[in-house]
Design a binder for this molecule. Structure first.
Ligand SMILES: NC(=O)c1ccc[n+]([C@@H]2O[C@H](COP(=O)([O-])OP(=O)(O)OC[C@H]3O[C@@H](n4cnc5c(N)ncnc54)[C@H](O)[C@@H]3O)[C@@H](O)[C@H]2O)c1
Length: 486
């Protein structure tokens, strides 16, 4: 059965990720049985999040993480922070496919630690990224994992030098810069993958394949929610690196450009217009409880009851500790000292932050297909929740498993591969998408073929433009057309 996407959508997206892709080329981990196994009334997955015991299983296999390249692709890493380290790990797992040969970070400790882990020579450890660029092209490819305001400049220069790029999102801070990047990419022919990691996660690939295989018929509308989780919101978008929309990008790009991208990818259609609302309601100075000091460590009288207590989040629950560059078993006192001296110990009501804590957007696609997106700070869990409404069926997913309901037959089928239990995928964040992205990027660089990448620069520019349009809509209170120059 041919799906709406294959008939009417963006073929560049659709062709690459049909179900056939699961069976092509690489090694597969065939977890679970083929279609049609098991019986009984499917319990399906519901709001209770229970395992789909007794449901009929849907088999879209999980592609392995390993790839074969003609040689180890040499890579220069800009930014040895959380993301740089995440992607670099592929070189440890599969050294025959990837070799780190240079690293740049203004944080000397991080730079040296990465150099040490990957055997990078001393003269290839750089401080500021400009120093690395001044060395000319010293690798096949570059990973740009710097802060949001430092993506566009090095990417423009690196493409001019002949690098292929793995570029963190958001690719730039303005729509014009995104278009400049696309122009430079077309001029140079660089292979550029943008780090829309969800597109590579087995769950999202299976969901995309189910849509493209027409299991819900023609898709008419989508509901998609990004629950940020209350402590993650406080960590990243109130206290942390992305607390200022101006210094980084508005949260619809900084956090949710993945979601706009995945919605567009599911539908395989051009977005025509958006209409958005949202604001910062809670994390404001006027909402600070009586007597709250500047830091949670300053003897705050509300520490024992505040859900955002830094002492509770970092010291008791040990969340997000990677930002502190401390050993895993560090003494409690070292953590408390970080809370006394860094922004991560500040009262969430006194952080000078401006990112929205809730954001909704209505998106209209070609053919009148619609999507309703919702980003929410105040949830107990993170991840994604998606509902696909089709003419013959309905798909509902919680970020790890999804159920397909068929209207005519009442048949319910569930995809529920436990990616986290597959050895190679252990530690690959975003549902396995982080390292699967590196796999496809290396393959594309080796073959010099951008079509091997799902999140090419051109595909990603479109969803970034949607994000900038959402922000214009939110600020102006109007519906905003989405226009991506050909
Ligand atoms: N794709 C995703 O899912 C995803 C997830 C989280 C973050 N991100 C994005 O990845 C990027 C990096 O995020 P992160 O969490 O790794 O941040 P990070 O702060 O952990 O890492 C950034 C590193 O860049 C270094 N740096 C800063 N200025 C520099 C300069 N001038 N020259 C050289 N090094 C410099 C910092 O010292 C730091 O180590 C951000 O743009 C972020 O939005 C993407």
């Amino acid at each position: 059965m041919s799906s709406q996407n294959r008939q009417g959508g963006n073929m560049a997206d659709n062709d690459r990720f049909s179900r056939r892709d699961f069976f092509k080329g690489m090694s597969f981990i065939a977890g679970g049985a083929a279609l049609g196994v098991a019986a009984g009334p499917g319990t399906a997955l519901g709001a209770d999040g229970q395992d789909p015991v007794g449901a009929e299983m849907l088999d879209y296999p999980v592609q392995g993480l390993e790839t074969e390249t003609s040689r180890p692709i040499t890579v220069a890493v800009m930014g040895a922070g959380a993301r740089g380290r995440t992607y670099a790990r592929y070189a440890k797992l599969f050294p025959h496919a990837m070799k780190i040969v240079a690293v740049s970070d203004i944080n000397r400790q991080r730079c040296l630690a990465m150099a040490d882990t990957y055997g990078v020579e001393g003269n290839r450890c750089y401080g500021d990224f400009h120093e690395m660029l001044a060395a000319g092209r010293i690798a096949d490819a570059m990973i740009i994992a710097l802060p949001d305001n430092l993506h566009c400049e090095p990417a423009m220069e690196a493409m001019a030098q002949g690098y292929d790029l793995l570029l963190e999102k958001p690719m730039a801070q303005t729509e014009q810069e995104c278009l400049n990047l696309l122009k430079r990419q077309r001029e140079t022919g660089a292979v550029v993958g943008v780090c829309h990691v969800l597109r590579y996660a087995p769950y999202f690939r299976a969901l995309k394949a189910a849509i493209d295989d027409g299991l819900a018929g023609e898709v008419v509308s989508v509901q998609h929610m990004e629950p940020i989780e209350y402590a993650h919101m406080a960590h990243s978008y109130v206290r942390g690196n992305w607390h200022s929309a101006k210094a980084t990008t508005p949260i619809i790009l900084a956090k949710s450009c993945h979601d706009l991208d995945i919605i567009k990818w599911f539908l395989g259609r051009r977005c025509e217009a958006v209409s958005a609302e949202g604001s910062l309601i809670h994390f404001r100075r006027e909402n600070a409880p009586q007597g709250a000091p500047a830091r949670c460590t300053d003897g705050c009288p509300h520490e024992a009851t505040c859900p955002y207590s830094a002492i509770d989040i970092y010291v008791r629950r040990h969340k997000h500790l990677y930002v502190f560059d401390l050993p895993k078993d560090c003494p409690r006192e070292d953590l408390l000292e970080k809370l006394r001296t860094t922004d991560y110990g500040r009262c969430v009501y006194k952080c000078g932050n401006d990112q929205c804590d809730h954001y909704v957007a209505n998106l209209r696609f070609e053919g009148g297909v619609t999507a309703a997106f919702s980003m929410e700070a105040f949830t107990p869990w993170g991840g994604r929740r998606t509902r696909i409404m089709g003419t013959r069926g309905f798909i509902e997913g919680d970020g790890t498993k999804f159920t397909v309901y068929d209207f005519r037959t009442d048949r319910q089928r569930v995809w529920a591969k436990k990616v986290s239990e597959i050895a190679a995928y252990k530690g690959s964040g975003h549902g396995g998408g982080d390292l699967a992205l590196v796999r496809d990027f290396l393959k594309a660089v080796d073959a010099h073929d951008e079509s091997l990448l799902s999140s090419s620069l051109a595909a990603s520019v479109e969803s970034h433009v949607m994000g900038f349009a959402c922000e214009r809509s939110r600020l102006s209170g109007t519906k905003v057309p989405v226009q991506v120059p050909a």
